[in-house]
Design a protein. Structure first.
Length: 735
C-alpha cells in the first residue's frame, strides 16, 4: 500500500540576485489607496470608461495567459504528431477529432501490439503562445498539465518544461502559485492545493490596479476624482520605483525557493504593497547562476543593467513599463518597436560621436536592431526548444552567454535571502532549506533546515503535548503573525525529521504545530502518520484523521492515508469507504485505486479487487506493486499465463525492488522455471540481504536443482535472520 502526504508550501526554481530590503519603504504607499480590500469585478467593468486601454490589453500576452483550445485558435500541426519517451517506453500522440483535441499516451509490446493507452483532452492553453503553448485538462476542479507542449518558435511538439528530466505524465496538478500567475485570481477550495471552484481565463486589469468595486462605485457617483490622483484605484505610475517593480515582480521574478510569509496566501498581494511583506525568497548560490536566466527572471536581469542602475536617481527612472506598455499588444511587433525606446536615451548621433571605429559607428546607425546585440534571445533554464529575451542590457560576450544560459549549476552551496534585513531570516531560511531538501531529496539541505529551526521547540511560542495534540482539543496558541510563522516552521521541522526517518525528532514539533493550529488538516495528517510510526494509540490516530477530514472532507490524500491505516488495523471495510471517497474526489489518483484493490482482496471481494488493481495499472502502467499484486491474484486463480505477464511487467517497472523480484522468482519456482527463479531471487537477496522469504525460496530453487551446498548456504542465511522460520528448517532437515 502506498501512503499519500500533502505539503502546501510554495516553491519555485530559477536564478536570482539580491533584492531590496524587507519592509524598508519609508511610507506605506498602500495606505493611500481605498480599494485594496474591495471586491474584484472582472475586466468587463473597465470597458465602458477605459475602452482603448481595455482593447489594447486584450492583445497583450498577459490577457492571453490561459484560454480554451478551440478550432478558432488552433495553430498546432496534428499530422503524424508524436513524441517519444525512450526511457519509459511511452509514446505520446497528439490528434484532433472535429473541434476537440487530445493527447494519447501509449505503449507497444515487442510485437507492436498496444498494451497501454491513456487519453486526456487538451482543454486549455497555458501561455500566450509567443514561445510555447502548454495544455491543461480539468477534472473535478483540478487542472492537470499535459506532457507535450507545442513550441511555436520552432513549430514542433516536444515535452513540456521539466518533463524531459522527469516525466510526470498526466499527474502534475497546477498548484495555487502557478494558477495565480496565469490568471486573475481564481476561487480556491480551502486547504486543498490546486482545486478551484472558479478559474478566470487570463490575467486581468485588476492584477495591476487592484480590485475595482470601490473605484467603479466612486466614478459612477462622480465621474472625476476630487484629487489629481484617484485613490479609489491603484495606478502603478503613481508608485515609487520599488513598488512599481513589485507589481511586475509578483509574477516576473524567479528564485530557488519561495516561502509564503506567515498568515499569507498565494492570492493576498495587492498592487502598492511591498512584495517582501508577502513572500520570503531565497536564491541558491550556484556556480554560474549569475549568467543563467529563467523564463520569468526578467526583473532581476533588468536590475543588473547599467541602464537601470544609472537611472534610479532620475525623475523617471527605468522600469518594466519603459519598454512594455501593458495596455498594448506587441507580440507581433518587430525589433524596431523596442529599439525606438532605446533611442530615446541613446540616439544614433550621440552614440556615433563616442564610438572609436568606423565599424562600431556603422552598426550603431539609425534604425538598427539594438536587441540582437544587447539583449539577445537565449534558451532559458528548464525550457527547451524556445528562446527568451535576456533582460540584462549589456555588451554581450556571445561565447559566455551561450555557455551560461540554461546551464545547471548543480547543488546549491547556500540559499541566500532575496530581501535583506529580515529579522526572521533564520526561520524563513530554515523553512526554505526543508522545502528544497524535500523537493530535491537532498539530506544535506534537510539537515541545514533542521539546524536553523531546531531552537523553535523551546521558544515557548507554541507548546504541544501528546494529550492536547492527540485529542485535537483546545484552541490555537494565538493568531498573531509570530505564532503563525512559528507554527508553520515547526510543521516543516517535523516534516524534515519525518523524511529522514527520525520519528523521535519529528514528534515534538508536530505536536506543537498541531496545538498551535488544530484546524489545519495537513498538520493533523502529518502528526497522525508520525504517531503511526511511533505505535501510538489507535484512538488518538483515528481522531487526528477524522478531525482533518471534518475540516476538509475533499482531501483525497488524507483519505488514502487513513484507509491504509485502517487496513493495517484489519478493518478493510472502513478502508474501502475511505478509498472510494478519495476516488470520487480524484478519479485519476492511482494510489487510491491500488489501495482500494488491496482492501477488497482482504475483505474477500476478489472480483472488485481485480477491477481496482487493473484501473490502477491503466492509470500508471509502471505501477510495480499493482502489477505484482495482480500477478499474485491471477496466479492464485490458476491463470498462470496472465499472471506471468504481470509479474514480468512488475519486475521491468521496478528492477530494484526486492519484493517485486521475489514475487517473480516465487512464481517461476511454482511453475517449474528454476533457472528463472534463481536469477530473479538472486537479484532480490542481493538488493536486500535481510529478505527472508527471498532467501528461503532461493534455497528451495537450488534444492530442486540438486545444488545442495548452495541450497544449504541460503537456508542457513535465512535462519540467521529468522531463527524460527519453518520452511528454512525443513530444507535443512531434508538435506
Amino acid at each position: 500500500m502506498r501512503a499519500a502526504g500533502t505539503l502546501l508550501i510554495l516553491a519555485l526554481f530559477g536564478a536570482g540576485c539580491a533584492g531590496e530590503e524587507h519592509g524598508t519603504s519609508a511610507v506605506d504607499e498602500s495606505a493611500r489607496f481605498e480599494n485594496l480590500s474591495a471586491k474584484y469585478l472582472g475586466d468587463a467593468a473597465c470597458f465602458d470608461c477605459h475602452e482603448d486601454e481595455y482593447r489594447g490589453f486584450q492583445e497583450h500576452g498577459m490577457a492571453n495567459s490561459l484560454y480554451p483550445l478551440t478550432a478558432d485558435n488552433v495553430v498546432e500541426d496534428f499530422d503524424n504528431a508524436t513524441v517519444r519517451d525512450e526511457e519509459r517506453n511511452l509514446t505520446y500522440r497528439m490528434y484532433r477529432e472535429g473541434d476537440r483535441f487530445f493527447q494519447e499516451e501509449y505503449r507497444l509490446d515487442a510485437d507492436g501490439r498496444k498494451v497501454h493507452s491513456l487519453v486526456r483532452e487538451m482543454q486549455f492553453v497555458m501561455g500566450s503562445g509567443t514561445a510555447a503553448r502548454t495544455y491543461l485538462v480539468e477534472e473535478n476542479g483540478y487542472y492537470h498539465e499535459l506532457p507535450v507542449t507545442w513550441y511555436t518558435q520552432s513549430d514542433r511538439w516536444a515535452f513540456s518544461p521539466g518533463y524531459e528530466t522527469y516525466n510526470a505524465r498526466f499527474d502534475r496538478i497546477i498548484p495555487d502559485r502557478c494558477m495565480t500567475c496565469h490568471n486573475s485570481y481564481p476561487e480556491p477550495v480551502p486547504h486543498v492545493e490546486g482545486k478551484f471552484l472558479d478559474v478566470p481565463q487570463g490575467i486581468g486589469c485588476e492584477r495591476c490596479h487592484g480590485p475595482g468595486s470601490v473605484h467603479v462605485d466612486a466614478r459612477l457617483a462622480a465621474p472625476a476624482p476630487a484629487d489629481s490622483v484617484d485613490h479609489t484605484i491603484v495606478n502603478p505610475a503613481h508608485l515609487s520605483l520599488d513598488r512599481r517593480l513589485d507589481v511586475c515582480r509578483q509574477c516576473h521574478l524567479h528564485t530557488t525557493v519561495s516561502v509564503l510569509r506567515a498568515g499569507r496566501t498565494a492570492y493576498d498581494f495587492r498592487p502598492s504593497q511591498a512584495l517582501s511583506d508577502y513572500v520570503a525568497l531565497f536564491a541558491a548560490d550556484e556556480p554560474g547562476s549569475e549568467s543563467t536566466i529563467d523564463v520569468i527572471s526578467h526583473a532581476d536581469r533588468m536590475k543588473q543593467s547599467a541602464c537601470f542602475l544609472e537611472s534610479r536617481s532620475l525623475e523617471e527612472p527605468m522600469d518594466c513599463t519603459t519598454c512594455h506598455d501593458p495596455h498594448e499588444g506587441f507580440r507581433a511587433a518587430g525589433p524596431e518597436y523596442f529599439s525606438e525606446t532605446c533611442t530615446t536615451c541613446h540616439d544614433a548621433p550621440s552614440l556615433q560621436e563616442d564610438l572609436p571605429t568606423a565599424e562600431a559607428r556603422f552598426v550603431h546607425a539609425e534604425a538598427v536592431d539594438c536587441f540582437s546585440c544587447h539583449m539577445p534571445k537565449v534558451e532559458a533554464e528548464g525550457t527547451p526548444h524556445a528562446s527568451f529575451t535576456d533582460h540584462f542590457i549589456r555588451v554581450v560576450d556571445e561565447d559566455a552567454a551561450a555557455q551560461g544560459a540554461g546551464q545547471d549549476g548543480g547543488k546549491p552551496i547556500s540559499l541566500n535571502p532575496y530581501f535583506e534585513g529580515d529579522v526572521e531570516d533564520d526561520v524563513y531560511a530554515g523553512m526554505a532549506y526543508v522545502i528544497y531538501g524535500r523537493q530535491q531529496n537532498d539530506t544535506t539541505a534537510l539537515r541545514r533546515g533542521i539546524a536553523l529551526l531546531g531552537d523553535l521547540e523551546g521558544s515557548g511560542v507554541a507548546d504541544g503535548s501528546d494529550g492536547a495534540a492527540g485529542g485535537v482539543a483546545g484552541g490555537a496558541a494565538g493568531d498573531s503573525t509570530e505564532n503563525a510563522l512559528y507554527g508553520e516552521a515547526l510543521f516543516l521541522l517535523g516534516i524534515a525529521h519525518l523524511q529522514l526517518g527520525e520519528i523521535d525528532g519529528a514528534l515534538p514539533p508536530l505536536e506543537a504545530t498541531v496545538a498551535q493550529g488544530p484546524d489545519i488538516p495537513e498538520r493533523l495528517n502529518a502528526l497522525a502518520q508520525a504517531y503511526e510510526s511511533d505505535g501510538r494509540s489507535a484512538d488518538v490516530i483515528e481522531r487526528l484523521y477524522d478531525r482533518a477530514l471534518d475540516i476538509q472532507p475533499l482531501l483525497a490524500n488524507v483519505r488514502v492515508n487513513y484507509g491504509r491505516y485502517l487496513e493495517s488495523r484489519r478493518q478493510p471495510g472502513r478502508a474501502v469507504e475511505q478509498y472510494r471517497a478519495a476516488i470520487a474526489e480524484r478519479p485519476w489518483l492511482e494510489t487510491a485505486h491500488f489501495n482500494l484493490g488491496t482492501a477488497y482482496l482482504r475483505d474477500g471481494d476478489i472480483e472488485a479487487g481485480e477491477l481496482a488493481l487493473r484501473e490502477a495499472i491503466r492509470l500508471d502502467p509502471d505501477y510495480g506493486e499493482a502489477l505484482s499484486n495482480l500477478g499474485l491474484l491471477l496466479a492464485g486463480q490458476g491463470r498462470e499465463q496472465e499472471a506471468r505477464v504481470y509479474f514480468e511487467r512488475a519486475a521491468e517497472a521496478e528492477p530494484d525492488h526486492p519484493v517485486t523480484l521475489g514475487n517473480l522468482g516465487a512464481f517461476y519456482l511454482n511453475t517449474g522455471d528454476l533457472s528463472g527463479a534463481v536469477e530473479a531471487l538472486t537479484q532480490a537477496v542481493e538488493l536486500d540481504a535481510t529478505y527472508v522469504d527471498g532467501l528461503v525460496n532461493l534455497a528451495l530453487a537450488y534444492f530442486r536443482l540438486e545444488e545442495y551446498a548452495t541450497a544449504r548456504r541460503y537456508a542457513e542465511r535465512a535462519l540467521e535472520r529468522a531463527p524460527g522460520n519453518q520452511p528454512a528448517r525443513q530444507i535443512l532437515d531434508a538435506l
